[in-house]
Design a protein around this ligand. Structure first.
Ligand SMILES: [Mg+2]
Length: 217
């Protein structure tokens, strides 16, 4: 019995030590880090670095390969347009409805390096396709927001159809890229801020932008 009690005490002591050494990260301190990442300019620099790499790859492909129907694919949120102001105002929380209501205002600012890449692509005969996880009921305001941000004459804007509601973004986005490829386009590159924007193939190369603010599977 004594042995058992000793064993019990040792176990409790060990667990307490484990708890002390592995205290969970404080939510408010994480939020402060998220703000600091943005306000310090590091977020912008990290985006610029990745888009510069995408630009170099695009230029190289256009210079060396004879592509009949070259194309690129861009995600929208946190790739072409930024929701940071709304996310920070909501203290990095909010329900799906609240997030959609913020999007519905159609005031998301441009992510400038992506616009530069977009304009280069369009000026060099490369088709640009937007594929977003936003739903069809946001088509009009999304197109307006893109135009307001400086994007013009995109080749198509794909929004998530209702029959894909509840399914992973990767399944829907891959199906659209397959559809584009079947139309004869060579998707040179695909840029997004989530792995689910990029997995599934149908692009020669993918570029992942940073997004420590939310996850879409
Ligand atoms: Mg996104």
């Amino acid at each position: 019995m004594k042995k058992l009690s000793l064993f019990f005490l040792l176990t409790v002591f060990s667990l307490s030590l484990f708890a002390c050494n592995h205290e969970l990260v404080n939510l408010d301190s994480v939020k402060q880090q998220l703000i600091q990442y943005h306000d310090s300019g590091r977020y912008q620099r990290d985006i610029t670095t990745t888009i510069d790499q995408a630009m170099a790859y695009l230029k190289s492909r256009l210079a060396h390969d004879h592509l009949i129907k070259p194309a690129i694919v861009l995600d929208i949120d946190e790739t072409s347009l930024s929701n940071y102001t709304d996310m920070a105002a909501a203290n990095f929380g909010g329900t799906f409805d609240q997030i959609q209501a913020a999007e519905m205002q159609g005031h998301d600012p441009v992510i400038a390096p992506t616009l530069k890449l977009y304009q280069y692509a369009k000026a060099h005969g490369v088709a640009v396709f937007f594929i977003t996880g936003r739903f069809e009921n946001e088509r009009h305001l999304t197109a307006e927001n893109l135009r307001k941000a400086g994007y013009a004459n995109w080749d198509a804007l794909y929004l998530k159809p209702e029959n894909y509601r509840g399914k992973s973004a990767a399944i829907y986005k891959t199906a659209i890229r397959k559809e584009i490829t079947n139309k004869g386009y060579d998707i040179i590159l695909n840029i997004g801020d989530q792995q689910s924007d990029l997995s599934g193939g149908y692009a020669d190369k993918t570029f992942k932008l940073p997004n420590p603010y939310y996850f879409i599977g």
